[in-house]
Design a protein around this ligand. Sequence first.
Ligand code: NAD
Length: 273
Amino acid sequence: MKSMDEERLVEAVRLVGGAKRLVAFTGAGMSEESGIPTFRDPGGLWDRYDPDELGGGDLFSGLLSGSAVPDTTFQFISEFLACYEDARPNPGHDALAELERMGILRAVITQNIDNFHREAGNTDVLEVHGNVCRLSCMSCGAKVRLEREELVAMGHELLDLLGAGDLAGLMRLISRCSCGGACMLDVVGFGEPVQQMPQASHESENCDVMLILGTSGVVWPAASLPVRAKRAGARLVEVNATECCFADIIDVGIVGKTGEVLPRLVELVKTGR
Ligand code: NAD
């Protein structure tokens, strides 16, 4: 971090240490140091695959009606699985979990689907774009939680079945609900309605300090949450590795990696500096 950012860190520590209702709003940058590519990384997963061509929620309906899986979808699932399998929460996630244990952090609102905030130990997590470690039944709407190991095993089995064109096996794999219905990953595709937005808006409008972490702020309506917090009187602290994307409305902006800045911030809050 540059010395100017060190000074801003001290100001951030003052705001976070004095917060009565701190909320964190996180994006893909938060998991970059875990090995999950961000949405806008040049050469990253999303740079090479067009989300509109991947099938999204239509994938299984297409399969069940006998359509072949496009090669790009197959490759995308393989690549995502390969990086997810080895990825783990990083020190930035751990720092947010510590802030919750310290009784300072009220909630995490995340755009990420990787389950890392829960894996790190945060318990109040609002996942506006869903979570890959949760399935949703297409028949009754019930939600089924998956352990990371179950998700990875399911991903590998899915690839094998898709490769073999085994439709019956595929049906068995996804029929996981107690009602017998087929389940999909509970993630929000492009153009689909976001999840838990009323709760996320409530937390944003009732916090006194919001941390904005590793997000480019271009995906709506999630990106409206810092604006809601600001309008309701909250102080905003942003940490971003390249530039502050909410520069017009933030009180403190730090250019640095969340995996490096957040652990230091927590240490300084603990020592009261
Ligand atoms: P984005 O890719 O648009 O922006 C990421 C931002 O994080 C950039 O501004 C970048 O400068 C910053 N950044 C990168 N590495 C960082 C680091 N180590 N520390 C701090 N900042 C860092 O991401 P977005 O704004 O979250 O929007 C992308 C959408 O794609 C979201 O809806 C998200 O759910 C989804 N997505 C999720 C994951 C995940 O679950 N991990 C990964 C990729 C995309």
